[in-house]
Design a protein around this ligand. Structure first.
Ligand SMILES: Cc1cc2nc3c(=O)[nH]c(=O)nc-3n(C[C@H](O)[C@H](O)[C@H](O)COP(=O)(O)O)c2cc1C
Length: 404
């Protein structure tokens, strides 16, 4: 496992002009308290919100604002930096970066930097949802930039929606995650994500509330850490991480089939999909008509983890997720042996901040050595914890390593 520390790391914090600029001051303080050396670069608009003096005082370093008064700063700064963090990232700057425009200190530093880049959009919810902004964010993500998605809540304009800059903790975690290096390189990782749909007739199905966010965060983390990733996804409303091979399925039987087709050569299987436990026993090929009452008979859905972990093609590591409504750790512990997994990631979906559509999760990792509880973290950070554990279990002498 490579350390993900910010200690002695050189961070360029690029600040662009939105109301959330004031939060960037706290971000500098947090980076400093983690041991990082922070240099701030600012756009002209951002200086209308907070003076460079604030950032200079907090970072202890000169703040760079004007390309022409320091002709080589936009080349020299990035040359010695470990990471570029753009927070807050305005709609304007996101558009400029996506288009390769280079007319100020931030956009020039971006183009002259070839290391990891994290950006935290902050804007009105309608701006964030605008197709032009969505397209520009997709472009940045496809270039390998890591977006720390904004949160839902009360916005500075008084409206409510998704657009509030991610919390400082999430931005710090994302930066740490990006500095881990490629410790999964050479590994094939197969991730399942999202819900399944079990059809009753052509227009109706039984499904669940899984958003796919945890599975997609796992796929992104594995890609960022250098793995080859195949993502088998049920129907979700989020974009897959660029670089993953995506296989889309709907029914649990299709998911089993897709896992069996892609398992060959996989080193790690992480089953984060919320696969149905039951499927309708009968399927009506025509839409069922309204009636006074209807009794549906259900039969068990295929148990994908069990099928795979007992098979000849079993990957070196098989990891399952167990979502329960309550602290049902014992149930999750039983699954470990019943399904032949290396470890189970348990989460109580009723716990605060750990729900289905949430960007955060509170997990416990259960393996044969015991239980490790983690605090409430972003799903990105949870994903890194899962792969850290995979790497620990792959060390020579461990049970999973002996499965090789
Ligand atoms: C009071 C005020 C608040 C603003 N807040 C935001 C914001 O939160 N997000 C955003 O994308 N733009 C916001 N803008 C618009 C940007 O400041 C504007 O697009 C500017 O050109 C951004 O420049 P920059 O990207 O070079 O910093 C705001 C403008 C004003 C006047």
């Amino acid at each position: 496992m490579s350390p993900s520390s910010l200690k002695n790391r050189r961070v360029i914090l690029a600040v662009t002009g939105g109301v959330a600029v004031y939060k960037a001051a706290e971000l500098v303080r947090r980076f400093k308290s983690e041991g990082a050396d922070v240099t701030v670069v600012m756009t002209g608009a951002s200086q209308r919100f907070v003076s460079p003096l604030t950032f200079e005082s907090l970072s202890g370093n000169k703040v760079h604002t004007d390309v022409f008064s320091e002709p080589m700063a936009h080349i020299n700064l990035p040359a010695s930096a470990d990471i570029l963090v753009i927070a807050p990232a305005t709609a304007n700057m996101i558009g400029k970066l996506a288009a390769g425009v280079a007319d100020d200190m931030v956009s020039l530093v971006f183009l002259a930097f070839d290391g990891p880049v994290v950006f935290a959009p902050a804007m009105n919810w309608r701006m964030y949802a605008h197709p032009a902004v969505r397209r520009n964010i997709r472009t940045l993500r496809s270039m390998g930039l890591h977006e720390v998605e904004p949160e839902e809540g009360e916005l500075a304009c008084g409206e409510h929606g998704v657009g509030r800059m991610a919390g400082i903790g999430r931005i710090i975690e994302a930066a740490k995650g990006c500095l881990r290096g490629k410790d999964l390189s050479g590994l094939n990782v197969l991730v399942t994500a999202g819900p399944t749909r079990e059809y009753i007739d052509p227009v109706r199905f039984i499904s669940n509330r899984s958003s796919g966010k945890m599975g997609y965060a796992l796929a992104s983390a594995a890609l960022r850490r250098g793995a080859d990733v195949t993502l088998i996804s049920g129907p979700v409303g989020i974009d897959p991480p660029p670089g993953a091979k995506v296989v889309r399925v709907e029914r649990s039987e299709e998911m089993l089939d897709a896992v069996e087709r892609h398992i060959e050569g996989a080193d790690i299987l992480v089953m984060a999909a919320a696969v149905a436990d039951f499927i309708p026993d009968e399927y009506s090929a025509v839409k069922m008509q309204k009636q006074d009452s209807l009794v549906l008979r259900l039969r068990p859905a295929p148990d994908i983890v069990k099928a795979v972990s007992g098979s000849r093609k079993r990957p070196r590591l098989v990891v399952g997720f167990s979502a329960e409504t309550g602290p049902e750790i014992a149930k999750a512990r039983r699954k470990l042996d019943e399904k032949g997994m290396d470890f189970v990631v348990f989460n109580d979906v009723t716990a605060e901040g750990a729900g289905f559509d949430s960007d955060t999760n509170k997990i416990s990792i259960i393996d044969r050595e015991g239980i490790t509880d983690y605090p409430l973290m972003s799903k990105d950070a949870c994903a890194d914890v899962v792969f850290d554990r995979c790497l620990e279990l792959s060390k020579p002498g461990t049970r999973a390593a002996e499965n090789c």
